[in-house]
Write a protein of this length. Structure first.
Length: 81
């Protein structure tokens, strides 16, 4: 069974738009929905970060607005339930 939550780690510059800063982590939780490829859809608590993660741990970031161009995280780590 696939984890209920994942920690996605990005470069802070990709999230806040400023250079420097080091890594920034975002926790996403599984929803009842599936993504375009049929894998489970995960979202953060704000609903801004959205990702489709398949059972092999491959991730596809999905935009939540027309002006968003989400970056691929540097790491994806399953979290314990």
């Amino acid at each position: 069974m696939q984890p209920e939550r994942y920690e996605l780690t990005f470069d802070a510059a990709e999230i806040v738009g400023e250079p420097g800063g080091g890594p920034a982590a975002v926790t996403v939780t599984r929803t009842q929905q599936t993504g375009p490829s049929g894998a489970p859809l995960y979202r953060d608590e704000t609903g801004i970060v959205q990702a489709e993660i398949n059972p092999e741990g491959e991730i596809r970031m999905l935009p939540t607005s027309t002006h968003q161009s989400p970056s691929t995280p540097r790491s994806v780590k399953p979290l314990p339930d």
